[in-house]
Design a protein. Structure first.
Length: 294
């Protein structure tokens, strides 16, 4: 049985850890509110922009969308893995790694490892894939000051690589935010552009006849790159909100577990203390009886 001093030290250590996890939960909750507001505002814009682009390019000439819409034989691939800069978020980052590995195994199992590059957005992904020599560029600074400008630089690298034939396909793997306790791994093709099919129950709004000024070609050529950058930015915002939700949940569970451990340690402390007192009483009684007998 552990001594009273050892149990006291463990109680102090667990209490300190519980205070830290409780504070981290509160910080994650505050950051989550801001991140959730950002993604809630971004989703309608990204969806509407994508719908407009789909309408514009559905009947467009091939030469209008050829830069980013032509499907080639897949020989070289860029996978954009979006993780966090820090840990202590449960399985948040591990799930992204599993998603990337699953995507490679299912979609690119016929390609050699040298033909698969990873653009790691977030320090955890950069460290993980950097040790394997697969990373392209350094984007560990994205979440330090998250904005469209910082994400746009990464998107332009991927777009230039695809347009110049360095990559034949670009996919991104990230956590989609549903709620505080639920994040879903998404694997989406960023390039070449995937033309969405119009459902049979589409509303008249989904097939709008636009008036173009200055011209349809110029508008489409401007909207396509913008749409690609917005899609990546949306994925990064989804990941950012998911990270704070996952960390909040993980720290909440850690705080509860620390509370349960404290109860067990205090019970052990009381039992150990009671046993020590009982032993002392028995020793005193035994000594008194020995003196009386003598």
């Amino acid at each position: 049985m552990a001594s009273l001093k050892e149990v006291r030290n463990r109680i102090q250590s667990v209490s300190s850890t519980q205070q830290i996890t409780k504070a981290m939960k509160m910080v994650a909750a505050a950051k989550l509110r801001r991140a959730q507001d950002n993604i809630v505002r971004m989703r309608p814009y990204a969806q509407r922009l994508n719908a407009i682009l789909t309408n514009l390019t559905r009947n467009a000439d091939d030469d209008i969308v050829s830069d980013y819409g032509v499907a080639r034989e897949v020989r070289k691939v860029l996978v954009i893995a979006i993780t966090s800069d820090r840990g202590l978020a449960g399985a948040f980052n591990t799930n992204v790694f599993k998603g990337v590995n699953a995507a490679i195994a299912s979609r690119y199992s016929n390609l050699p490892a040298a033909n698969i590059s990873v653009m790691a957005i977030g320090k955890k992904a950069h460290d993980y894939y950097g040790r394997r020599g697969q990373t392209v560029g350094d984007y560990t600074h994205v979440f330090a000051k998250l904005s469209f400008e910082t994400v746009r630089a990464a998107a332009e690298v991927a777009m230039d690589g695809f347009r110049n034939g360095i990559y034949d396909e670009v996919v991104m793997v990230y956590n989609e935010f549903r709620n505080v306790a639920t994040q879903i791994i998404r694997t989406e093709q960023l390039l070449p552009l995937v033309q969405e099919e119009v459902p049979a129950t589409a509303t008249p709004e989904s097939n709008v006849d636009y008036l173009f000024e200055p011209s349809k070609e110029e508008i489409v050529q401007t909207l396509i790159p913008q749409s690609i950058k917005i899609q990546l930015y949306k994925a990064v915002l989804e990941s950012n909100a998911s990270e704070h939700g996952a960390r909040m949940t993980a720290m909440d569970k850690a705080t509860d577990n620390a509370g349960e451990l404290l109860k067990a340690l205090k019970l052990t402390y009381n039992r150990t203390r009671q046993a020590a007192i009982t032993t002392e009483i028995l020793e005193i009684v035994g000594g008194a009886e020995a003196l009386a007998a003598g």
